[in-house]
Design a protein around this ligand. Structure first.
Ligand code: FES
Length: 163
C-alpha cells in the first residue's frame, strides 16, 4: 500500500487534471519511487487512482522505458548503444561496467545498487560514448571516469545526506 500522504497528493493531482490519463505516467513514476518498481500491487493502486484499467497502464508502462515492471537497482545505468556511441567505444564501456559490477546487460549487481541497460541516443553524441544514471547524463566515458562515477554513486548510497 502506498502511504496515505502520497495517495492524497496523487489523488489531488489527478483531480486537478483535465483528464486523469494525462497524469498516468507521472503517477506511475511517483508510485514506482515508493516501491522501487511497478509491482502488480503498484499497478492496481495506480489503476484505482487513475480510473484506468491495469491493461491500459500496462501498455503505457511497456512504452516508457523508465517505468520498470521488474526489480531494478537503486541506480539504473543506461549505456547508449546508438551509432555514434557504438563507433566510439560503447562495447568497451559495457564490458568495463559489466566486469566491475559482475553483471551482464540487463542484470542487477548483487548489492542491489546497479542495473545495466541499453538506451537509444541520448543527445550526447559529441561527448560519446555516453550513458545515463537515473536522471543524470555522463559523456566521454573512460575507465577512469566510470570508476569515479560509480565511486560517487556508492558514496551517495552509503551517505544519503550528501545527495
Ligand atoms: S549516439 Fe550516443 S548519445 Fe547520441
Amino acid at each position: 500500500m502506498i502511504p496515505e500522504p502520497l495517495r492524497e497528493k496523487l489523488a489531488d493531482r489527478i483531480a486537478r487534471a483535465e483528464d486523469a490519463r494525462e497524469q498516468a505516467v507521472d503517477v506511475m513514476f511517483e508510485i514506482q519511487n515508493h516501491y522501487g518498481y511497478m509491482t502488480d500491487e503498484a499497478m492496481r493502486e495506480a489503476s484505482a487512482l487513475l480510473g484506468m484499467t491495469t491493461l491500459e497502464l500496462e501498455e503505457l508502462a511497456t512504452f516508457y522505458d523508465h517505468i520498470y515492471r521488474s526489480p531494478v537497482g537503486r541506480y539504473v545505468i543506461r549505456v547508449c548503444d546508438s551509432t555514434i556511441c557504438w563507433m566510439e567505444g560503447h562495447e568497451r564501456v559495457v564490458d568495463y561496467i559489466s566486469s566491475l559490477l559482475g553483471i551482464r546487460m540487463g542484470g542487477t549487481s548483487a548489492d542491489g545498487l546497479f542495473t545495466l541497460l541499453p538506451v537509444v541516443c541520448i543527445g550526447y553524441c559529441d561527448r560519446s560514448p555516453a550513458m545515463t544514471v537515473n536522471e543524470r547524463v555522463y559523456g566521454r566515458l573512460t575507465p577512469e571516469r566510470i570508476d569515479e562515477i560509480l565511486r560517487q554513486l556508492r558514496d551517495e548510497a552509503l551517505f544519503p545526506q550528501s545527495e
